[in-house]
Design a protein around this ligand. Structure first.
Ligand code: ADP
Length: 398
């Protein structure tokens, strides 16, 4: 019978599952949201009827319910042969994906201080699948791992050296699985090998980051110690003056509150006062809503500045690549961003840009552009499934 690979992505109140076959084709996926609340619900992609969850369902309850539903549907006929987990922070310990055992779980737990909102939730997903499938090999794929190749000049903050030595304060970068996928997919589309392809990859979803990838290796990225640094995001501010903390302390706002505001009430939401959703902001801006127009403007200008900054790490550029919900779908954001970069020679083809590169192998640049510009749908689940299969095969149980 066919071996299946289960991919698990645990958020604080959500659980995303995807099942792949051994040819790495996705056969089913599902999403559970509002877990641990009385509004918990789950839905299998392509199925109208939601999957019933008890009120207050935990990640483990949702996992069991969805796996049962996959079985009842006939999409999963046996236990998965391998399970891959998205884990946000691997610190300096993990430069690549790892087969889960007690030592690896301890190291992920040790990294929780660097990602208190993410690693503990990822660990609860791991514990749920280990309870349900104790004999199935499980693999952790880290958001930070691809960026472990950053050179010291790119990962050090200009802070007292003891902060790095004693507390591992440095830039780590995130979205690594997506940036890795972009670099491989861009090479394929450009008919090159990854090891000779250099790109700037912009992942623009609710979280946003940009990376310089030189000859297939990450050499700079916009996110830092935490996923707050860098670009403007849905609700995250990206870069601000660190002096803001002291200034706001003088107004009676404690650091913990500023941190909360920078993460949850800033970015597109903070600027527009309306929404963190780029599609809604584009509609609002089209109807003359000035704060939404400003939010898009700040978003694109910051992104353009970072494209320029990423150039400092490259000697050649084979493509600028856009991905994520905004990067893949918003011709307006791509156009507005590149309009700031005419000096660098980026030029878009209006029609290809409006079609999101769908009919041109992802290409949206004009014939006279100095550099290719591509739109590539990201596929982090595929990378996680591939890594889970590869490492599970080393245990020879698949
Ligand atoms: P996540 O980081 O949660 O995976 P996504 O990659 O799905 O998020 O990206 C979500 C963002 O993509 C939202 O801001 C959404 O408005 C935006 N988006 C999706 N489709 C479009 C579109 N057609 N035009 C503009 N923005 C879009």
């Amino acid at each position: 019978m066919e071996a299946n690979i289960l991919v698990v992505n645990c958020g604080s109140s959500s659980l995303k599952l995807a099942v792949f076959n051994s040819r790495l084709e996705k056969i089913v996926s599902a999403l559970a949201e509002r877990l641990d609340t009385d509004e918990a619900f789950a839905r299998i992609a392509g199925v109208d009827e939601p999957t019933a969850l008890p009120s207050g369902a935990s990640h483990q309850t949702a996992l069991r319910a969805l796996m049962d539903a996959f079985r009842n549907q006939g999409t999963l006929k046996q236990d998965p042969a391998a399970i891959g987990h998205r884990v946000v922070h691997g610190g300096e310990t993990f430069r690549e994906a790892a087969l889960l055992d007690e030592d690896v779980i301890k190291s992920i737990t040790d990294c929780s201080g660097l990602a208190p909102l993410h690693n503990p939730v990822n660990l609860s997903g791991i514990s749920a699948t280990r309870n349900l499938y104790p004999h199935v090999p499980q693999v952790a794929v880290f958001d930070t791992a691809f960026h472990q190749t950053l050179p010291p000049r790119a990962f050090h903050y200009a802070l007292p050296e003891a902060y790095y030595r004693d507390w591992a304060v440095r830039r780590y970068g995130f979205h690594g699985t997506s940036h890795y996928f972009m670099s491989r997919e861009a090479a394929r589309l450009l008919d090159r090998t990854p090891a000779t392809t250099s790109i700037i990859s912009a992942h623009l979803g609710n979280g946003c980051s940009i990376s310089a990838i030189r000859d297939g290796i990450s050499v700079d990225t916009s996110m830092g110690l935490t996923p707050l640094e860098g670009l403007v995001m849905g609700t995250r501010s990206g870069d601000v003056d660190p002096g803001l903390f002291d200034f706001l302390a003088g107004k009676g706002i404690p650091a913990s509150e500023v941190h909360e505001v920078l993460n949850k009430e800033s970015g597109l939401l903070g600027l527009s006062g309306q929404s963190n959703d780029m599609r809604s902001l584009c509609d609002l801006a089209d109807h003359g809503h000035k704060p939404s127009e400003l939010a898009i403007d700040v978003f694109c200008f910051r992104l353009a500045k970072y494209v320029g900054a990423m150039m400092a790490s490259l000697t050649t550029l084979d493509a600028l690549v856009f991905t994520g919900g905004i990067g893949e779908n918003s011709s307006r954001v791509r156009h507005q961003t590149l309009s700031h970069l005419r000096l660098l020679g980026f030029e878009l083809d209006h029609d290809l840009n409006n079609c999101n590169g769908l009919y041109s192998d992802g290409r949206i640049d004009s014939a006279s552009s100095r550099f290719p510009v591509l739109v590539i749908p990201t596929n982090e689940e595929l990378v996680i499934a591939r890594e889970a299969l590869r490492l599970a095969e080393t245990t020879q149980t698949v």
